[in-house]
Design a protein around this ligand. Structure first.
Ligand code: 13P
Length: 252
C-alpha cells in the first residue's frame, strides 16, 4: 500500500547558506516522523550542500527539473545522471511554472519522465488546470490529457508520483477545497486504473499542491485519494513545513 509523501519545492529561493540552515532546521524537526517520505527540493546550486546535511536521515533529496538526455551539448541543462550522482532520489517534472514560463509541453514532460525512471530517479509529475480552464468546466479534459500524455509509453508507471497542482491555487493563498481536490485525485486514479489495473493504481501516490499550509492540510489529507503534499511557500519556513508533515503523518 502507498505511503504518504511531503515534498518541499523551494523554487528559486535560498542561497547555499540559507539552504543549509533551512535543511538543518527541518532535519531536526522531522526526525520523528517515520512511515512516509519527506523530500526537500532546493535549487540546483544547493543540492550538494543539502545532500550533505540530510545524509543518513529520513529526509530525501529532490531536484526541481531535469533534461531528458544523459549528456551532450545542451548549454545550461542538468541531466538525470548528474542528479543521481549528487544524491537525488526524486525529481519534479512538468511543474506549471515550467509549462508557463519555459514552454514545456506534455511531450517534453513525457520524455523527462521516461529518462528519469530509466536513470533510477522517481519523477514527481505535475498536472493541473488554470482558473480559466476550471471556469470553462474542462478541468478533467486538461488534467486527463496531461496525465495520459505525460505517462505515454512509460514502463514503470507505478513508480511515478503524480502531483495535482491547480494553477489557480499556486502561490495565491486560494487552496482547493478538500472535495475539489479529492474529485480530481479520484479522476486521476481512475485513469491509472484503466492503464494499470486496480491494484497497481492503488499503489501510486497522488500529491496535492497549491497554497498548502499547516492549517489547511488537515482536511485535504483526510481524503481517500490524497496521499501527501507538494508544498511551495510554506516549505521555506521550517515550522510550517514540519507542521504540515505532522498533520500528514498523524492522519495517514
Ligand atoms: P505554493 O505552496 O507556494 O502555492 O506552491 C505550490 C507549488 O507550486 C509546489 O510545487
Amino acid at each position: 500500500m502507498r505511503k504518504w509523501i511531503v515534498a518541499g519545492n523551494w523554487k528559486m529561493h535560498n542561497t547555499v547558506a540559507e539552504s543549509i540552515a533551512l535543511a538543518e532546521a527541518i532535519k531536526n524537526g522531522a526526525a520523528k516522523f517515520q512511515g512516509g517520505k519527506i523530500v526537500l527540493a532546493p535549487p540546483f546550486t544547493a543540492l550538494f550542500h543539502v545532500s550533505e546535511v540530510i545524509k543518513g536521515t529520513n529526509l530525501l533529496l529532490g531536484a526541481q527539473n531535469v533534461h531528458n538526455e544523459e549528456k551532450g551539448a545542451f548549454t545550461g541543462e542538468i541531466s538525470p545522471v548528474m542528479l543521481k550522482d549528487i544524491g537525488c532520489t526524486y525529481v519534479i517534472i512538468g511543474h506549471s511554472e515550467r509549462r508557463k514560463y519555459f514552454h514545456e509541453q506534455d511531450n517534453n514532460v513525457n520524455l523527462k519522465v521516461k529518462k528519469a525512471l530509466t536513470t533510477g530517479l522517481i519523477p514527481i509529475m505535475c498536472v493541473g488546470e488554470t482558473d480559466e480552464e476550471r471556469l470553462k468546466g474542462i478541468t478533467n479534459d486538461v488534467v486527463g490529457r496531461q496525465v495520459k500524455q505525460g505517462l505515454k509509453e512509460v514502463e514503470k508507471i507505478d513508480s511515478v508520483v503524480i502531483a495535482y497542482e491547480p494553477v489557480w491555487a499556486i502561490g495565491t493563498g486560494k487552496v482547493a477545497t478538500a472535495a475539489q481536490a479529492q474529485e480530481v485525485h479520484a479522476f486521476i486514479r481512475g485513469i491509472l486504473k484503466n492503464i494499470l489495473g486496480s491494484n497497481a493504481a492503488d499503489d501510486v501516490c497522488i500529491l496535492y499542491g497549491g497554497s498548502v499550509t499547516k492549517n489547511n492540510i488537515g482536511d485535504l489529507i483526510s481524503m481517500a485519494d490524497i496521499d501527501g503534499a507538494l508544498v511551495g511557500g510554506a516549505s521555506l519556513k521550517a515550522d510550517e513545513f514540519i507542521g504540515i508533515i505532522k498533520e500528514i503523518a498523524g492522519k495517514k
